[in-house]
Design a protein around this ligand. Structure first.
Ligand code: PLP
Length: 236
């Protein structure tokens, strides 16, 4: 459960209220939604503020920055954190990420899967991942193309130390977040299509979608994980 302590600079109460209202209107249980506090804009103190405000799921998008911050954190905070790797993951950084991170949101190519699987075998663990899908087809975005996603999902079955627990996408930035809705609903349909394949090592329970500007629409379309940075840290 989240506590509602007010921590300077972190707008947790405001975000919680928006999520509660959105869930109510959408007939969803707000307990289904996990907030990942994206701390790429801050130092280790930002992470501590998140944890003290009750956000224990922390997202970082750059391997080197993430590891540096993890090293800096005091043990009592580190123990409580569930780390989410949300950025593009270079294959040569996998060995640094796998030991610390609970969920990798950005699995988007087989060479990456192969390396994650290899590191998981070394540590004798299973690594939970989301398949990142480039729903919008923007050239600047990472992710598997939508029309290649089913085949990609089938190909991942061979990596026994990877457990796929859902899908992730980033919508293009729109001034009107309503315009992101088709991207999110498409990802939800794709999640169902992949679930119907009944692949080994799959549990298609998560949709990681929605950022500060569009998380309300994403929740309306079924998001279970929202990745929030600027709305938590901006004092506007
Ligand atoms: C930075 C980032 C976010 C958070 O973005 P905000 O708009 O600041 O909420 C979410 N997801 C990913 C992959 C990011 O890189």
């Amino acid at each position: 459960m989240l506590n509602m302590n007010k921590v300077a600079g972190i707008n947790v109460d405001r975000v919680q209220t928006i999520i509660a209202d959105t869930c109510k209107n959408a007939n969803r249980d707000k307990g289904e939604i996990t907030i990942v506090g994206v701390t790429k804009y801050t130092d280790a103190n930002g992470i501590i503020s998140c944890v003290e405000a009750g956000i224990n799921d922390i997202g970082e998008n750059k391997a080197q920055d993430a590891i540096a911050k993890i090293d800096e954190l005091p043990l009592n905070h580190k123990r409580n954190i569930k780390w989410h790797f949300i950025g593009h993951l270079q294959t040569n950084k996998v060995k640094y990420i796998v030991p610390h991170f609970s969920l990798i949101h950005s699995l988007d190519r087989l060479s990456l899967a192969k390396e994650i699987n290899k590191q998981a075998i070394k540590l004798d663990i299973t690594v939970e991942c989301l398949i990142q899908v480039n729903v919008s087809g923007e050239q600047t975005k990472y992710g598997v193309a939508i029309n290649e996603a089913l085949e990609f999902a089938r190909n991942l079955e061979q990596y026994e130390r990877i457990k796929i627990v859902g899908l992730m996408t980033m919508a293009p930035y729109f001034n009107d977040p309503e315009l992101a809705r088709p991207v999110f609903s498409r990802l939800r349909c794709l999640k169902e299509e992949i679930a119907q394949l009944s692949l080994a090592n799959y549990d298609m329970k998560h949709l990681s979608m929605g950022m500060s500007n569009d998380f309300v629409v994403a929740i309306e379309e079924g998001a279970t994980i929202v990745r929030l940075g600027s709305i938590l840290f901006n004092n506007n």
